[in-house]
Design a protein around this ligand. Sequence first.
Ligand code: ZN
Length: 290
Amino acid sequence: MITGGPGFGKAALSIDVEDWFHAANLNVAREAWGRCELRVERNTMRMMEILDARNARATFFVLGWVAEQCPRLVRAIAAAGHEVASHGHDHELLYSLRPSEFRSDVLRSKQCLEDLTGKPVRGYRAPSFSITEWAIPILQDVGFEYDSSVMPTIAHHRYGRLNGMDAGRPVTLLRDGFYEICVSCIQLGKRGIPWGGGGYFRLVPYLLWLWGVRKILRSGLPYVFYIHPWEIDAGQPRVAGIKATHAFRHRVNLERCEGRFAALVGAFEWIPLCDLIDGWKVRGASSELQ
Ligand SMILES: [Zn+2]
């Protein structure tokens, strides 16, 4: 296990707690969610077992819709010592919402999660990384302290953008008291190759992935990983009639993902994203996070 030390960044783990039918690639209508088989509770509990066996702590960005269906799950995440953060309520891409609708969505999810855990919710991640500039002051106004929705890459049409993001500076103070934590890329100038999770984690050979994570950590930067509970669930229902590229992105190597995830969790010492923020506050603009 690699445990930080001089010259090493921290490894931070995040899990976007949504079910298989929330994934944008599957394009399942909101009205149909109630008729889909709920598998998120079992898959998330399995991920928590994997973390627990390796003493890893993580941030769980929970969708408000899931929290309403599975309140026990949210309480179990908090009770296990993980950070509970918000993935919004209805998984609408920010581009499709007016600012007032976005405000209601994030506020609803934040209040629901805080009622369940009794703790303040500090972090937010936008559905499908669809963050946009106007959302940031709203997030701060409703009481969030950080956003983690930027992947500084040119590789994906749906991912959001914020001004001034740089793959070489993954923790950025956006406004006084409000931070952005970028999901990791391997740096190529100011942009990079996505190396933070999702379909890329399932597609790239595991040992190559591990090499990339070590390369980022050795450079002294934090490494920020993300995964969804449905990615360890090869038995989830198939959705007919979607584009072949979307079906591929959703399903590639699902059957190998649990083993890979367990190996990755065992290979490093993991912290939740709030600990990265707290470390940044203590050290300020130290070389470790810059
Ligand atoms: Zn999501």
